[in-house]
Design a protein around this ligand. Structure first.
Ligand code: ARG
Length: 284
């Protein structure tokens, strides 16, 4: 009998998942608050503990650093309480920066503020976009393909703009549940070929597209999606996600990932968590 050492991905021993070091951009929540409501999570009448938000954010930053990642920080600006959600500030692939143009007036000034950081930090291929897009909130690169959300924030016309700019295939997905208004609240990238998502957040057509492209995806329960479990960051091995997403944590362990539960309860009051606070700077 011929003998083979090749094993299927589903049989991979735990040790085979390899983390690759990433460069990340974050924004300290010094001016964080919930003083307007642009998604169903935001209740301006409820108090926010800014010191606790800062502490939880620091812990996330330190966790990234302890895992070997590099964390850059952008100065938070007064009057922009949502600027902590760095994922929305741009999309960076192959060292190219697609700037963000926000849907709501409350966040409009964040677009130029983030873009200025990129220019000041030596990025040369920078595009100020024609169409509304909320950065990595709705653009999630999976290997050499970019998944792109629309339905609440990012204008569908932005998808063609992103495809032309990056020169990579952009696959549009339509969101239908207002609690999951950005793609990164309903879907998360685990590796260059793997994702996890909550099917109910998408139109039937978009669900079919996801099944077609990622038949082996990790599917989240409604409970895990509701605690923002899909707002996760993966380096290929370590998956940082809201600690309340216990079902996803178990599923990720079974797949050989190393899930790390994080508590960002204060930021969740604005409808954001791990991934929202994290913009990945992908070099060329
Ligand atoms: N309050 C912010 C908004 O509604 C939260 C943004 C969360 N960011 C994200 N990448 N999902 O715009």
């Amino acid at each position: 009998m011929p003998h083979t050492d090749v094993i299927g991905a589903e049989q991979q021993p735990l040790g085979l998942r390899v983390a690759t070091p990433r460069r990340l951009l974050m924004c300290r929540p010094r001016h964080f608050d919930v003083c307007y409501s642009i998604n169903p999570w935001m209740h301006p009448e409820k108090p926010v503990d800014n010191n606790l938000a800062l502490l939880q954010w620091e812990r996330l930053r330190e966790l990234y650093i302890s895992l070997g990642h590099t964390v850059e920080v952008i100065d938070p600006l007064p009057g922009l309480p949502d600027m902590v959600f760095a994922a929305n500030g741009a999309t960076v692939v192959d060292g190219k920066v697609l700037g963000a143009r926000f849907r709501h007036a409350e966040r409009t000034a964040e677009g130029p503020a983030y873009l200025a950081w990129f220019v000041a930090n030596g990025y040369q291929d920078v595009l100020w976009p024609e169409f509304i897009n909320e950065g990595e909130g709705d653009y999630l690169p999976v290997g050499r393909r970019i998944l792109a959300g629309t339905g609440f924030r990012t204008d569908q016309r932005s998808h063609a703009e992103a495809q032309e700019f990056f020169g990579l295939p952009v696959t549009g997905l339509t969101l239908v549940n207002p609690n999951h208004y950005h793609l990164d609240t309903a879907l998360s990238v685990l590796s260059d070929t793997e994702i996890m998502y909550w099917p109910e957040a998408f139109t039937p057509g978009s669900r079919s597209v996801l099944r077609e492209l990622y038949p082996d995806a990790v599917l989240a329960s409604a409970e895990d999606a509701a605690v923002f479990g899909l707002n996760a960051f993966s380096d290929g091995r370590n998956v940082l996600l809201p600690q309340a997403a216990s079902g996803l944590i178990e599923q990720l362990k079974e797949r050989g990932f190393h899930p790390l539960g994080v508590d960002l309860s204060e930021l969740l009051k604005a409808g954001g968590s791990v991934k929202c606070c994290t913009l990945e700077l992908r070099e060329g």
